[in-house]
Write a protein that binds this ligand. Sequence first.
Ligand code: ZN
Length: 417
Amino acid sequence: MKFVFAACLAIAASTLQAEMEFANLKATADFPGGSAVVKSVDRNLGIIHISPQVRSERGWPCWWYLRVDGAQEGQPITLKLTASDGEYRRGRVLSTDWSQPDRAAISVDNVTWTQTPKCQKANGTATYSVQAPAESFWMAWGPPFLPSHADEVLESLKSRLPRATMFELAKTRGGRSVRGIRIGGNTDTDSPEYGVWVQARQHAWEAGSSWVGRGFVEWLASDDQAAVNLRRVAAVYYVPVMDVDNAAMGAGGKDAVPRDHNRDWDDEPHYPEVAAAQKQILKLNADQRFDVFVDLHNPGGNERRPYFFGPINLDKLPAVQQQNHARWLAICKDAISGPLPLEPGYKFATYVKTDEERNRMSANWVRIHTTDHVLSTTLETVWNTPHSTQAGYMTVGAQLGRAVSRYLESNPRGPAE
Ligand SMILES: [Zn+2]
């Protein structure tokens, strides 16, 4: 009896202690790019249960990003993530997989992100078990890349490359600035000036694509001889975040109303930044200064290697373009070699069912509206692997840069052989 009483006291004491340990635990997403509906916080067991926030008509609710406060360093904290069951547009609820990476991103300073251990998935809920790295820390679907990060990257590039030109591509419908930078250009009037356009984040949830873009442009600004060569022969236009509105508010963007950002490329775009990009690209093309367009994305969670979407009618394209697509793929296969090695072949967006819709996708619109030699493509970099980190993404970006440099050395405007 005495023993049972003592055991009860011990349990009561440890419960009390646990309550005290987690007493101040809380979670919030009330900051730029944040997204989480906090369903519950269990202060006895240290369990936080969230879903990504649904923002009606602003696209897939797969992105999530929150701050945890009131933990004690080293404490076991459990994050349970259940997909949102609300309609993000009329009649549509997003399937679970998109919001549940095997490993979430975690950070003590909201700058440098690592991955959590692999989660456990059961009954629609992913459970991430971590040790609190500090009293306050951040967790997210992947390393966040906000419009403010884009501005920091652009400012830092400008300070390293004084001849680079920053520009405002457009003001969004929400009145935010979509910024970019032009780097390099040919001063030898006897040689062609090549033109390259690289943009990321038409889909706001695909934060990884902006890290690939950052890797590309940081490499371009570097002393690597291939980067120096590329800056000499080409003007490179880089837009780190296209859908600034949704990225700023932590919305997914994909499949938004009235239009998905990457289905907006027609004669009457809904988004001012799409209209402005079209205008600049048409001008470059008219000036015979356009060669490469790359739109950066992240694909489905089951993909294990980055890949390019090729034109669905590749075998019907002009000979020079078929040849350039073959050259491009061969160079990229060699350059994008790991830790996220490229898929050996093009994939095709067969899930888009009509030509009308397919032609409203950026890479296809650019291909249709520019000269035969222009190489226009989409790079999908995988997000659900142990290498889908800031460093892994940036490595893919740097490798993409080397590929662009080598590709332009192969005389993409020459006649088909
Ligand atoms: Zn996308």
